[in-house]
Design a protein around this ligand. Structure first.
Ligand SMILES: [Zn+2]
Length: 345
């Protein structure tokens, strides 16, 4: 994956390339922005670019047939000794050192809502930083979903930041950076990732083929500028979901919710509904929308909802996500959502 292969984020890529060219790489970065817009991908690519042996200010392409330098190859397969990647996982996975398996399966964010990054993780990082890099030009530590560090871990991490080790860059990624100590944030160079614009999303979806213009429009709308969200609509199963979400959001027909009884299905639907309702909430207050491209549509539907109704719906959906992670029966959750939303209508 070279910078060219990252979708959107033109400003971010420009900035990172510039610091590579000038040889001015910060000792700590905070990549913040919404979920599923490329923060993790960019952090890995930046780590590759800092160490690439073939390209000066970029990295080898991810294309399987392409020629790759040994450094990029190792980072891509998560086997580089000087590139450490930490993210929230259950204690057992941490203790058995099995994060790499999740990395290879692409399940980096699997536990972001339920697990933490523990103080032991930070101590491990601290220990590894005491040694000299094995082979890298620049050692990289990537802490994904860094807000999953609780106070104790953040305190320990702050100490690392206060005395940044030489030839090392630490990258934090977070879609909830408000959960990080301000003392941590202020020691990082902050890089803000944006939701993809409608044009960027449209280009991405058009390349996927087999989608009608109407389907592309709908996915653009429901994905809220997140590649991760859009991808979930692209499979066969996603086809039915697209229709379902259209009915729910445009016709306020919540009966359909009752038909979803499995945990994953429900979680997925809520993850789409939540940003949608948050956007309408913003539209009602007259503030600038996060996703300006969706302005016309959001404004056309926002009058259908009262302020109380919106606040309650957002709160309810947020709570439902927590309840899903606590293994409360999806059937019960969808019934509660259904009843409550019905009530407010
Ligand atoms: Zn390379």
């Amino acid at each position: 994956m070279s910078f060219n292969e990252i979708i959107g984020q033109i400003e971010v890529k420009k900035l990172l390339k510039k610091s590579l060219k000038k040889g001015r790489i910060a000792s700590a970065y905070l990549f913040s922005g919404p979920e599923g817009v490329g923060k993790t991908t960019t952090s890995l690519n930046f780590a590759k670019a800092m160490n690439c042996k073939l390209y000066q200010f970029d990295s080898c392409s991810k294309d399987i047939s392409g020629v790759k330098c040994p450094s990029c190859k190792k980072i891509e397969t998560f086997s580089h000794p000087d590139v450490k990647i930490v993210f929230p996982v259950p204690k057992k996975i941490r203790e058995e050192n099995k994060r790499n398996e999740l990395l290879r399966e692409g399940k980096i964010h699997k536990y972001k809502k339920t697990e933490i990054i523990s103080i032991d993780d930070i101590r491990d990082i601290e220990k590894s930083l005491l040694m000299k890099p094995f082979e890298a030009k620049r050692r990289v530590v990537i802490i994904i979903d860094a807000d999953a560090m609780k106070h104790e871990a953040q305190n320990a991490f702050l100490k690392i930041l206060e005395e940044p080790p030489q030839d090392t860059t630490i990258i934090l990624t977070s879609s909830h950076a408000e959960g990080l100590f301000s003392t941590i944030v202020s020691r990082c160079q902050k890089i803000t990732f944006k939701r993809l614009s409608k044009t960027e999303m449209k280009n991405f979806l058009s390349e996927k083929g087999e989608l009608t213009d109407e389907e592309i429009e709908l996915i653009c709308l429901l994905s809220g500028g997140s590649i991760k969200n859009a991808m979930e609509f692209l499979d066969e199963e996603g086809r039915g979901e697209r229709q379902l979400l259209k009915t729910i959001t445009t016709k306020k027909d919540y009966d359909k919710l009752k038909e979803i009884y499995d945990k994953e299905g429900l979680e997925k639907i809520i993850n789409f509904l939540l940003p949608f309702f948050r956007d309408i909430q913003i539209a009602r207050t007259g503030e600038k929308l996060i996703n300006a491209d969706m302005k016309d549509y959001i404004h056309s539907v926002h009058t259908k909802y009262s302020r109380e109704e919106l606040n309650e719906t957002v709160e309810l959906l947020e709570k439902s996500l927590i309840n899903i992670s606590r293994n409360i029966s999806p059937e019960l959750i969808s019934n509660v959502i259904f009843d409550r939303i019905k009530e407010t209508n």
